[in-house]
Design a protein around this ligand. Sequence first.
Ligand code: 3VV
Length: 206
Amino acid sequence: MSWEEMFKGDFAAEDVRAYGTLVENLHAVQNALAAMPMDREAIDGLAADLASWRDRLEPAVTDEQHQVNGRVAELPVRGHAMLPELRVSSRTKDRVEGTVRFGRWFMGGGMAVHGGAVSLLFDEVLGILASLAAGGITRTAYLHTDYRALTPIDTDLEAVAWIDRVEGRKWFVRGEIRHGDVVCAEGEGLFLRLLPEQGLGRRTED
Ligand SMILES: CCCCCCCC/C=C\CCCCCCCC(=O)SCCNC(=O)CCNC(=O)[C@H](O)C(C)(C)COP(=O)(O)OP(=O)(O)OC[C@H]1O[C@@H](n2cnc3c(N)ncnc32)[C@H](O)[C@@H]1OP(=O)(O)O
């Protein structure tokens, strides 16, 4: 099953571009907000602006089948605004490679990426690879992260994920995040291919 078949939300190309721009702007706002100093005037102004965003968005809330976030196969990380952007450079059925850049929003401290954000990226990348390789939706049973060196923000990092082994419904997937020659983090996860009766797993039968 192709990536498009499994994850496509079937949106028009120009709507996809527009949503990509929205997410890009949101990420720029998040990064700048995370880096702002204490400036009461700016804070009050931004809080009022955000309140008007809220008034605009909340009445339009829709269900999972109609939301856009995370359902746009053509955008990096499915256009999921919560996730750091991984730009895939090569993909086969058992290996994905790409570059990822964590902005200031994802900083834990010391200008390094928060450990939870590193695991977040692994869950997404390893999970997507497992789903594609398994030809159906998978769910994370466990995810183990080894933090080998601080992962720097605001720089391009290499991310790679590959299938380690498969035992029936169990897909063992590994990954690495590297900065140049330095391995910043290693991930290892077990993903279970869902049974037809397990919610989203109905898609394994599609
Ligand atoms: C129109 C277009 C729409 C597009 C929409 C797009 C949608 C995009 C969709 C998807 C994107 C994918 C990208 C996202 C990636 C992120 C994924 C996540 O974060 S998933 C959330 C976090 N994970 C959970 O919340 C799991 C909670 N746990 C469970 O649900 C169950 O425990 C589950 C499914 C993991 C396993 O339950 P069982 O009932 O299926 O299987 P059992 O019988 O318990 O185990 C089967 C085998 O696995 C082993 N196993 C299970 N859990 C294990 C563990 N933690 N450690 C070791 N072994 C484990 C067992 O020992 C057993 O092994 P033996 O067959 O006996 O060899």
